[in-house]
Write a protein that binds this ligand. Structure first.
Ligand code: MN
Length: 486
């Protein structure tokens, strides 16, 4: 175990490559179904994906459209001309013998995204480029033999390559999470992390602060949760610093993340760079895009997370609450509609309610894009008005809210049915206050209060709340108690 004092002498540097599965209905070069979830092996595969002789790929235009959308979310320029290349290697899950990818002229050029951090600050991470490519199939190993499933072969991906602008495990997690928000909001991916819709390869190195150059890096491949990105970066940094402190060298290699032990293990050395014999793909014509075409697609995109952050500044919500709400586009859109129909105070209150309903989503990985809260903006605004108008106290409001989640009833109706409407009628509360003051149980408290003991007022208000079955307006009760005893 390396102690923090030693760690502080080193700087972590991280660059991340992220494979994003595009939400097309068919594959990148064939008409086969692109949704391989729960399908039996080799059932959604066309002769193109099998690479039978004579089959020719046809580029899926939808994938280009989604790449153009991704480019806008990454603040990147879109290449007016891009091309596909063949990356040759042999592996049983790649029947063509090469992966069709973009090596020399990727569709998405350099960009930059601002990453909000949980401590309230932010960093800018530059994007080197992002390219379109196809996924390979999947191998499963069973004792002395292995099986090939080509359902995923030909699934369209974009690979987003960041510059090494990330310098802590928390920043790495924040980058992965923001990339998820951007790609799901832009409609580029369904964002199903459990099924590998976004996979992160994290390159990590450690160097003494002031060394003037980066250390030798290792790469942890195929992480599919925000938390594993954070933990793998942290683990690798500590492992490398321990090696360097012992006077040993970090080996440039690919490592895998073991979820059970929360550690990385060596997979293969990267000392000899593989020669993939990249060459232009002769079967696919270049993608040529006009300004008009790009503009048309990008101008029709929905709002992205930075828009909501800017709009919601006046709500006074913690950055962690805002980030958790923004994990789900449908929740963001709902809160924005509430805000547009009301004001900052209402939106703040509704934002807090939404964060309670959606739970501690900051810790949840993926599958939030389809979070389905059936409560409408108007119902939320109605509930908020009841609290503001003194008709409901905050405890009662939560009870109404819970009921709203499962029924389409108006909040006022629910509050009346549950007998939760707060009594703010002075004469009605005054009657209860008089009862409490003359109750023998309260005699000592009343006497103490007369003697100037302020603390007992809480007890007396509690008695009023009890006698009113929780419906008295507590502020009004307190005011009346003061008036009557003094
Ligand atoms: Mn790739």
């Amino acid at each position: 175990m390396i102690d923090d004092e030693i760690l502080e002498k080193y700087q972590m540097t991280v660059g991340i490559e992220c494979h994003v599965q595009l939400s097309t209905t068919t594959k990148l070069f064939s008409g086969a179904d692109n949704d391989a979830r729960d399908k039996s092996p080799n059932s959604v595969v066309s002769p193109i994906d099998y690479a039978l002789p004579g089959m020719l790929p046809v580029l899926n235009y939808k994938a280009i459209e989604l790449a153009i959308r991704a480019g806008k979310a990454l603040n990147s320029e879109i290449a007016r001309v891009s091309r596909f290349d063949r990356k040759h290697y042999f592996y049983p899950d790649l029947p063509k013998g090469y992966q069709t990818t973009q090596m020399y002229q990727p569709i998405i050029l350099a960009g930059s995204i601002n990453i909000p951090l949980e401590d309230g600050g932010s960093i800018d991470v530059r994007i080197n480029h992002a390219h379109l490519e196809e996924d390979a199939g999947k191998l499963t190993h069973h004792g002395d033999h292995s099986l090939v499933d080509l359902n995923r072969a030909g699934t369209p991906l974009i690979e987003i390559v960041s510059e090494p602008d990330i310098h802590s495990a928390a920043e790495a997690k924040a980058y992965a999470t923001e990339l998820y928000r951007l790609m799901t909001y832009a409609g580029v991916t369904n964002g199903d992390l459990y099924h590998g819709n976004m996979r992160f390869d994290v390159n990590i190195s450690a160097a003494l602060i002031g060394a003037g150059k980066l250390g030798i890096r290792s790469e942890v491949k195929n992480l599919n949760s925000f938390r594993s990105v954070e933990r793998a970066a942290d683990f690798e940094f500590r492992r490398q610093v321990a090696l360097l402190e012992a006077g040993e060298m970090v080996v440039q290699e690919t490592r895998g993340w073991d979820e059970a032990s929360q550690t990385t293990t060596s997979q293969r050395s990267k000392e000899d760079a593989q020669d993939y014999r990249y060459m232009p793909d002769a079967d696919i014509p270049p993608i040529v895009l006009s300004d008009d075409e790009i503009g048309k697609i990008q101008n029709s995109m929905p709002a992205l997370p930075p828009f909501y952050r800017q709009q919601w500044q006046g709500f006074g919500l913690d950055v962690t609450v805002v980030n958790a709400l923004l994990l789900s586009q449908s929740i963001a859109q709902l809160l924005q509609r509430v805000y547009e129909k009301s004001d900052n105070n209402t939106a703040r209150r509704v934002g807090l309610w939404l964060s309670i309903i959606s739970g501690d989503q900051g810790d949840v990985d993926g599958n939030l894009g389809d979070t389905n809260i059936k409560v409408t903006d108007n119902q939320f605004i109605g509930l908020s008005k009841m609290v503001e108008g003194g008709e409901l106290n905050s405890t009662a409001a939560k009870e109404v809210l819970l009921e709203m989640l499962t029924s389409d009833k108006d909040p006022h109706v629910i509050a009346v049915e549950k007998n939760l409407i707060q009594v703010s009628d002075e004469s009605a509360i005054a009657l209860i206050v008089d009862e409490v003051i003359s109750d023998p149980i309260c005699a000592k408290a009343v006497a103490d209060f007369k003697d100037g003991n302020e603390k007992v007022i809480g007890f007396l208000v509690g008695q009023v709340m009890k006698k009113s079955q929780g419906k008295a307006n507590p502020e009004l009760a307190q005011k009346l108690i003061r008036e009557r005893i003094k």
